[in-house]
Design a protein. Structure first.
Length: 337
């Protein structure tokens, strides 16, 4: 029989919000164990864009995604959280005392008083545009994420998309690649206005090429990508020489087994009560990008706020006979177990 891992809170997802949940829980003497299908901590930050700069973390004008993950790990180290990585959550079984057994596909079983879902977008895969020959060149010039910017140093890069990732990587790679072209089907962007302004400035100064109201058509090459064919704003065919194409059209979220747990689901997200980010199932909470409520903003800092309130509520299930007394860390410091 598999030995159970016993903890106070089982956190599903080891991304930035899951990691910060450990810190907030630790301040209340709540132990945490995290389980994540990815082989390393950091969630999307480490898996998809570890070198991408993030601009909306308080106190940091800019911080690379991987650096943020490393800082969070340092911050939670005193609380000694447990980790099960590279294992997908498969089952949830409620016990007679209200606690849960959370099981992974490799046989790990975690016994916790509370479950906190911090799985970002859930299981995810990149949205692929309808482009002729696209899949033929995956791994041969077509990349759906930027893991190592040095791969693109001195190369001719074509990016496509109109969200934050497309804008941020266009700005970043303009200092790395020999040539950067951004293609977008509209003449306005969905991403942050500040990032869009930077892209327009780069285009006006000639540092990048910007093709608006344009669409990807097809790609060509021999053993590696050589050309990207684009339909321009005037319906003309534009043939771009390229070493890499990076389509950034977002991620397709998949909740996986979580969708079968009786949780209220809305547009592939878990509905929560904003009083404490609890779900409709007792002792199960959801924080970060995976949850949904009126006015929801999918920002890391919003996930941090949600985690802070969530653990205050979770306290009563772990210590039902104790009264919670909130204390400022500036006065009491950070006291580990």
């Amino acid at each position: 029989m598999t030995e159970q891992i016993k903890t106070d809170i089982c956190i599903i997802g080891a991304g930035p919000v899951g990691l910060f949940t450990v810190f907030e829980a630790g301040l209340l003497k709540l132990r945490c164990h995290l389980i994540d299908a990815l082989p390393q901590v950091g969630g999307q930050l480490s898996e998809i864009y570890p070198h991408k700069p993030i601009y909306d973390i308080p106190g940091y004008p800019a911080i690379n995604a991987q650096e943020l993950v490393e800082n969070l790990l340092e911050q939670i180290a005193p609380f000694k959280p447990g980790f099960t990585l590279g294992e997908r959550v498969e089952g949830l079984e409620k016990q007679t005392d209200g606690s849960y057994l959370v099981s992974g596909h490799d046989g790990t079983v975690i016994h916790a008083a509370v479950v906190a879902i911090a799985g970002g977008l859930g299981s995810f895969e990149p949205r692929k545009p309808e482009v002729k020959n696209l899949e033929l060149f995956e791994g041969k010039g077509v990349n759906y994420m930027v893991k190592d910017p040095e791969l693109f140093r001195g190369k001719r890069i074509v990016l496509a998309g109109g969200g934050d990732s497309a804008l941020d990587w266009t700005v970043f790679l303009s200092e790395v690649a020999s040539k950067v072209t951004l293609i977008h089907r509209s003449d306005s962007f969905r991403g942050a206005p500040d990032s869009a302004e930077k892209v327009f400035e780069l285009a006006s100064s000639g540092k990048i090429d910007l093709l608006l109201k344009s669409n990807l058509l097809s790609i060509e090459g021999n053993d590696h990508l050589q050309y990207v064919n684009v339909q321009g704003s005037d319906q003309s065919l534009i043939k771009l020489e390229a070493d890499y194409l990076i389509p950034l059209f977002g991620l397709s979220p998949k909740l996986g087994p979580i969708a079968d747990w009786g949780l209220a689901i809305e547009k592939s997200a878990v509905v929560v009560n904003t009083v404490d980010y609890s779900t409709n199932v007792e002792r199960i909470y959801a924080v970060g990008d995976i949850n949904s409520y009126p006015g929801k903003l999918k920002l890391i800092l919003c996930g941090f706020h949600e985690a802070a309130l969530m653990v205050q509520s979770a306290f009563k299930y772990v210590y039902p006979d104790q009264k919670l007394s909130f204390k400022y860390t500036t006065v009491n410091g950070v006291n580990a177990f």
